[in-house]
Ligand binder design. Structure first.
Ligand SMILES: CCCCCCCCCCCC(=O)SCCNC(=O)CCNC(=O)[C@H](O)C(C)(C)COP(=O)(O)OP(=O)(O)OC[C@H]1O[C@@H](n2cnc3c(N)ncnc32)[C@H](O)[C@@H]1OP(=O)(O)O
Length: 194
C-alpha cells in the first residue's frame, strides 16, 4: 500500500516467526490477559471484550461485537475503538511466540464503516521477527470471517520483560495479578522463557 513508513518493513536479516511448542492449540480460547484490560477484560463494562483464539502457525483469530458505547458517528464504530480491537488482537500474538510484547507502532487503514451490532472478525499474524521486534499485520472483516475487509493494520510490537510493567505500571496490581490463583493464564504470560 502506498505511503507506508519503512519502520514497518522487516529488515532483510529478519527471520520468519516460529510458533512456540507450548503455544495454545489452534482454536483454543486464549482468554483475557487482565480483567481490567479495555480490549479483552471482563471487568470493564464498556470495554471491547475481544475474544481471541489461537490460530494456525503464528496467528490469532478474534471477534469483537460493536456496541453503542463504541460509536463515533451515529450508528457507526469509532475509528479509535476499531484500532483498539486490532491492537488487542495483535497483542495476543505474544501467546503464539510465548513472549510479552507491547505495541511500538500501529498503522491502520479504514476501508469500510462498521455499524453498531456488527461483529468484527479479526485475524492477526506475525510476518517476521528481528531481535525484540515483532512485525505483524491484522485485518477486521464484517459480515462473517470471509466477509469484506473493513479495517487493516500493520504493526511493530516490541518484546518486553515483566519488569516493563512493574517499573512503569502499578506494581501492586501486577503482584496481585500474579498472586491470584484464578489467573492461571495471566501467570503463564509472566512465565515466559527468554
Ligand atoms: C498481564 C500480562 C501482560 C500482557 C501485556 C500485553 C498487553 C497487550 C495490550 C495490547 C497492546 C498494547 O496496547 S501495549 C500498550 C501500548 N504500547 C506501549 O505502551 C509501549 C510504550 N513504549 C515503550 O514502552 C517503549 O518505547 C518500548 C518498550 C516499545 C521500546 O523501548 P525500549 O525497550 O527502550 O527499546 P528501544 O531500544 O527503544 O526499541 C527496541 C527496538 O525497537 C525499535 N522501535 C521501538 N519503537 C519503535 C517505533 N515506534 N517505530 C519503529 N521502531 C521502533 C527501536 O528502533 C529498536 O530497534 P533496534 O535498534 O533494535 O533495531
Amino acid at each position: 500500500m502506498s505511503g507506508r513508513t519503512t519502520a514497518l518493513t522487516p529488515p532483510p536479516e529478519a527471520g520468519p516467526p516460529v510458533r512456540h511448542p507450548d503455544a495454545p492449540a489452534p482454536g483454543e480460547l486464549i482468554g483475557a490477559h487482565y480483567e481490567y484490560c479495555f480490549g479483552c477484560g471482563g471487568g470493564v463494562p464498556h470495554g471491547l471484550h475481544v475474544e481471541a483464539r489461537a490460530g494456525e502457525g503464528v496467528s490469532i483469530t478474534a471477534e469483537f461485537r460493536v456496541k453503542e458505547a463504541h460509536q463515533g458517528a451515529p450508528g457507526l464504530a469509532h475509528g479509535g475503538v476499531l484500532a483498539t480491537a486490532l491492537d488487542e488482537t495483535l497483542g495476543s500474538l505474544g501467546w503464539m511466540l510465548r513472549v510479552i510484547a507491547v505495541t511500538g507502532r500501529l498503522e491502520t487503514d479504514y476501508l469500510l464503516p462498521v455499524p453498531v451490532d456488527a461483529v468484527l472478525h479479526l485475524r492477526a499474524e506475525v510476518t517476521a521477527v528481528h531481535g525484540r521486534k515483532i512485525y505483524c499485520t491484522a485485518t477486521g472483516r464484517i459480515g462473517g470471517p470471509e466477509g469484506p475487509v473493513a479495517v487493516h493494520a500493520e504493526a511493530l510490537f516490541i518484546e518486553v520483560k515483566v519488569d516493563h510493567f512493574i517499573e512503569n505500571g502499578r506494581p501492586a496490581e501486577i503482584q496481585a495479578t500474579l498472586a491470584n490463583p484464578d489467573q492461571v493464564k495471566v501467570a503463564r504470560a509472566f512465565e515466559v522463557n527468554p
